[in-house]
Design a binder for this molecule. Structure first.
Ligand code: SF4
Length: 476
């Protein structure tokens, strides 16, 4: 993964938002909600809006939310309800056709945004094509849209009640018809989805930080397997699937979600701080002089580590806050300087000292290796890496792009071997037990497969990779 775009960590996924709000400037609310969810996907953004009973208008494009939309476009998207989406591709490559919301009008008009990944996408896609449906994209989200748009049930809620049990995998989904906004979450609740209230109206979003920005209050999580429907009759809910094993993604707590979002009743900044405290208990660095975070993601855990260890904390790496994705290639000369585009070490802080560096995860290790080298170049005497998550060894099949197993630095290596690869003086990871202690969660209700290899859903295998749908399409 490029170091130019900021992270070489796992790439999320998507963010979704939906509102039924006659009397509100719904596309503007969707814009700001997506703006707050930008961390969940930077490849494309889109909003669909409609008057009740009118036609759905969809605007989507590659780029960040503020690149895709301007005042004029938002005005053109007026209406009573809206759904929005930010995307990082999981199934399907990152072309325009795969930007969302997906818009279909088979039997009924539907605009749909999806966060997650279907593990039975290929089977469903084949079945729908055999029924004569054609597809414009290679995203599994269009499969869900096609199933719902072509369903013969009169009401969208009844269509969803039949379609949702057929979907396997992770799907926090929000869609609109001409009449209402409907959202549902997969039976395991792998990806987050919350219900909010703004005045007398309701909205749904991937994370509570999207509610904060538009002045909506958090009502509750949408339950795993639940559907919420918001329309002229207010809020209606239906439990579509019961009795499934819950499997909320533990990585949302560690890395994906914004620290000001609330999950499991707790603000993530606090949970991440506890991860750092527990890491200090599990993996002390008694002779170190100073704790520094890898900004910004390592900051809450670094503060926790410093608090629990009694070591002072400072910023030894300064981050360029304005680095976004750049499509300009650095060229040979600049490539040598690599990460300095994003981080700059401070010799005045780290010089001559033994440093504990706290980050929240390592996937391939390229960024970490460069950080260690950069700190040594800046004069650090010792570099002790402390990671507030266990080693990532297995790919995610539930909506997160983690690289292949072979690219993961922890694949087939023990911690000492990884430390040698990274050229650090010591390396330690937070234990899985430590993660659950920090989030005050129950392992049987979460997914931790990228650490443990224990996939919570039957039928999860490597067959449904990121480009799974493109093979049948190419063959067709
Ligand atoms: S495999 Fe990892 S990233 Fe994927 S859902 Fe499970 S915990 Fe989350």
């Amino acid at each position: 993964m490029s170091t130019l775009d900021g992270r070489e960590g796992p790439r999320d996924e998507c963010g979704v938002f939906g509102i039924y709000g006659p009397g509100h400037d719904v596309s503007r609310l969707a814009y700001f909600a997506l703006y707050a969810l930008q961390h969940r996907g930077q490849e494309s953004a889109g909003i669909a809006a409609a008057d009740v009973g009118g036609h759905i208008m969809t605007l989507r494009d590659l780029g960040l939310v503020n690149q895709v939309f301007d005042e004029q476009k938002l005005r053109a998207l007026g209406g009573d309800m809206a759904v929005g989406h930010v995307r990082y591709s999981t199934t399907g490559s990152n072309g325009w056709d795969n930007a969302q919301p997906v818009h279909r009008s088979d039997r009924r008009e539907v605009a749909l945004g999806h966060n997650g990944n279907l593990i039975n996408a290929v089977e469903l896609h084949t079945e729908l094509r055999e029924r004569g449906l054609s597809f414009r994209s290679t995203s599994d989200s269009e499969i869900i849209a096609a199933l719902l748009a072509s369903h013969e049930a009169e009401r969208i809620e009844d269509a969803a009640a039949e379609v949702v049990p057929r979907l396997k995998g992770a799907f926090s989904t929000v869609l609109m018809t001409k009449d209402n906004v409907v959202a549902f979450r997969d039976p395991a609740g792998l990806r987050p989805l919350v219900l909010g209230r703004i005045g007398e109206r309701y909205c749904v979003a991937s994370e509570s930080c999207a509610l904060d920005i538009i002045g909506a209050e958090l009502v509750r999580d949408v339950a795993p397997g639940e559907m919420v429907s918001i329309g002229a009759d207010g809020l209606q809910t239906r439990q579509l699937v019961t009795g499934a094993r819950e499997a909320f993604c533990i990585f949302e707590y560690i890395y994906f979600a914004r620290p000001d979002s609330r999950m499991g009743g707790d603000v993530l900044q606090a949970a991440r701080g506890r991860m750092g405290e527990i890491l200090a208990r599990e993996a002390p660095a008694p002779n170190a002089d100073l704790v520094i975070p890898v900004p910004d993601s390592g900051a809450p855990a670094a503060r926790g580590y410093a608090r629990a260890s009694g070591l002072p904390q400072d910023d030894g790496l300064i981050k360029n806050r304005y680095v976004g994705r750049t499509f300009i290639q650095p060229g040979q000369e600049l490539r040598k300087h690599g990460l300095r585009l994003k981080f700059n070490p401070l010799p005045e802080i780290v010089g001559g000292r033994s440093i504990v560096v706290v980050d929240d995860s390592i996937v391939r290790g390229n960024t970490t290796r460069q950080i260690v080298e950069m700190l040594r170049d800046a004069g650090a005497r010792e570099v002790h890496m402390r990671i507030s998550a266990p080693p990532i060894k297995h790919p995610c099949h539930y909506g997160v792009d983690m690289s292949t197993r072979e690219e993961m630095i922890a694949h087939g290596r023990d911690v000492d071997e990884i430390a040698r690869e990274l050229n650090c003086d010591s390396l330690a990871y937070l234990s899985l037990e430590g993660v659950y202690e920090a989030v005050r969660g129950d392992r049987e209700r979460h997914c931790d497969a990228c650490f443990s290899g224990r996939y919570p859903l039957a039928g999860t295998d490597d067959a449904n990779g990121k480009y799974a749908l493109e093979l049948p399409l190419v063959r067709a």
